[in-house]
Ligand binder design. Sequence first.
Ligand SMILES: Nc1ncnc2c1ncn2[C@@H]1O[C@H](COP(=O)(O)OP(=O)(O)OP(=O)(O)O)[C@@H](O)[C@H]1O
Ligand SMILES: [Mg+2]
Length: 332
Amino acid sequence: MTVLKIAIDDGSTNVKVCWLNDGEINRLTSPNSFRKDWKSAALRQANSVYNYQIGNTKYTYDATSDKAMSTTHIAYQYDDQNLLAVHHALLQTGLTPQPVEIVVTLPITEYYDADDCQKNEANIQRKKDNLMRAISLNKGELFEIVDVQVMPESLPAVLSTLVNSDVNGLTKSLVIDLGGTTLDMGVIVGEFDEVSDIYGNKEIGVSMVTDAAKKALAAADSDASYLVANELIRQRHDPDFIEQVVNDDQQIPRIMQKLQDKIEELGAQVAYEAKKFCKNPHRVFLVGGGASLIAEAICQAYPTLGSKVVQVKQAQTALAEEICLYQAAAAE
Ligand SMILES: Nc1ncnc2c1ncn2[C@@H]1O[C@H](COP(=O)(O)OP(=O)(O)OP(=O)(O)O)[C@@H](O)[C@H]1O
Ligand SMILES: [Mg+2]
């Protein structure tokens, strides 16, 4: 029997999973929100409790906890939380726990050496070793990870787009990946002949806007969890949704203005960093959950490129999807 292969883009805020089922692509997004200790199942539906153990440490999945551990440090890529995030995401597929081969991702600045853009084999091995470690789920079964492959974040998200567009060996493509907590960029030459430059910035991410939304909501006596704040950003053009989360109607214009200001500020920062990093690319691709928030600012930053600034479809899950298709093609 062939072992199921699953592509997992394990970002710092969300794990994106893609797999093929009868030739059809399935995708899901699993938010990271773990805290120490276990949750009692007594008051809740048993199937919504995920109590994990790694070594002697107990963890639980808690979507709304204020005590959720931060995943924004680089060590996250090689620690307990990453192991938890990947196993938890696998369980969300609804597939029967079974042996699986997974392909995961490392931030480009971890995957490649900054000096010469060559693979950093030590980091790649470290990530593999971390994900092969033992973990258990209380009153439940986990997937058995039998093999781990590692690919770089951001860049492969545009693989098929590049192959299907008429790039030549000299075309320089700038990939901008705006995630929850980081801004990553890379320059690809040709169809993927070479990675010529990489960039990582842990100060710039969608969370800048999320934090502003949380604050604005709290000031209006409204629910302010991270998840709700993110949903408000996503559905900011839907008056019905806005009314659901803002208790005081009169505060709505002020909150929405704050959001808009912050989105523009984020766009301006990303555009500034992008121009500094790569002044004259031939094409620009936007990926990651924050792509739509900055698309306009990036178009304005590269006015001569016109339609060659492309927001990749399904920007948040694009990387996992491309990795999944790439693996399937390689297996044929
Ligand atoms: N359509 C959308 N509009 C606005 N924001 C969105 C949209 N889709 C996702 N997001 C936001 O994008 C962020 C997550 O993006 P993504 O999954 O790319 O990050 P990540 O890979 O976990 O983080 P990082 O790359 O920084 O490690 C979240 O803040 C989420 O709310
Ligand atoms: Mg990411």
